[in-house]
Design a protein around this ligand. Sequence first.
Ligand code: SF4
Length: 417
Amino acid sequence: MNERIREKLSILADAAKYDVSCSSSGSKRKNDNKGLGDCGAGICHTYTEDGRCVSLLKILLTNFCIYDCAYCVTRKSNDIKRAAFTVEEVVDLTINFYRRNYIEGLFISSGIFKDADYTMERLVRIAKKLRTEHKFNGYIHIKSIPGASEELIHEAGLYADRLSMNIEVPTDNGLKLVAPDKKREDMTRPMQQVTQEIIRYKDEKKHIRSTPNFVPAGQSTQMIIGATGESDKEIMTTATTYYQAYKLKRVYYSGYVPISNDSRLPAIGSGVPLLRENRLYQADWLLRFYGYQVQELLNDANPFLDTDIDPKLSWALRNMDQFPIDINQADKHLILRVPGIGLQSTEKILMGRRFGGLGLEHLRKMGVATNRASYFITCNGHHSTRDLAETRIKQFILRSSQSKYLANPVQQMSLFA
Ligand code: SF4
C-alpha cells in the first residue's frame, strides 16, 4: 500500500468510527460463480466490547462535506485534514484486505461532496464494481446519502447486502437545532422506497426464481444519544415508529462523543453516555423480542431508564403484583418477563416442564440466573420471598450480580495495529 493511500485510510477510517450502524447479521449471499468470498449467516459478528463492529473495512469515501451538522466531525466548518478515495481505491482496498483475511466485508459511508446524487453515485459504483467485475460475494453495507435519487437508491439495493440511512437526531426539533441543512423527509423517503422494494422483490422471487436479491440483510438506522436533549422515552418512541414504518432490522444507539465547542451540544470533555446507550439497547431488545411496549418501560412520570438496573428488572420491581409466577404453569409471555430468564431459557423451561416439575436446580442448569429469578417465581420446592419490599430485592440482586457492562469506554481497534 503506498503512502498516500495509507494516509487516506488513516483519515477516512478514523472519521468513520463514529458510525455504529454497521453490524451485518442476516445476509445469506452465496458464492456461486467462482467469485471471491461468501456471506453466510454468522459472518462479520466481531465486536469490540463497547459493541462496535470491527470485522468490516469501515471507511468514509470522503470526509469533505457540504453540510454543517454540529455533532459531526466531518462538518464543513470543522478545521480538519480532508481526504477522498477514488472508486478504484476503495475497490482495491476491499479486495486486498479481504484476500489477506483482515475483513469480511465493506461498510462504506461518506460525507456529501457536491450533492447527494454525486456522492451516492460513487458509492453505488464501488459496490457494482466489486460485485460485477471482481465477483465479490462478501458483505457490503452502504450508508445511503439523504436526498439521493430513487434510481440510485434502487441500484444500491441491488448490490448491497444492507442499506442504512442514519436519522442521527431522534426528534425533528433536535434535528432542526443541530443539523439545519438536513430534512427529515430526505431520510424517510429512501427508507420508504427500500421497504417497498424489499417486499416487491421478495414477492417476485416467489414466482420468478431468477429475481435478483434486493437489500437481503434489510435496512437499519442510527440515532445519536445525548447530543440533544431527548428523553429515553422520546428515543424509544422514535425507534418503535421506525421499526414499524420501515421494517428496520436494527436501530443503533450511539452515545454522543463530544467533538465540538458548539454551545448547542455537550462540551468537549463531558462523558460519552455509554451506560445510557447500553440501557437503550436492552430496552430495544425487550421491545423487539420480549413483547414489551414503550409505555410499559417509560412514561411521562419516568421518561428515563434506570441506570443502576436493567429495564427488565426495573419493570418487574414496579409490577410486583404480577409475581410470583409458577414456572411449571405460567404462560410463555409471563415467563419471558421474569428477570434472569432469557429467550433461550424460556424455551428450555417450556420443553423441560413437559417431563415433570422443574425446581431451582433444573432452572440453574438451563442457564437461568436464579439469583434474580428466584424473587419472582415459584417452582418445585421453591417459594418466592414475596413479602420482601422491592427496594430490598433490588439491593439483594445488585449485591449478587456482576455487571457485564464495562464502565470504561474501549476504542475501536486500529486497522494498523
Ligand atoms: S451530512 Fe453527514 S457527513 Fe455531512 S456533516 Fe452532516 S452528518 Fe456529517
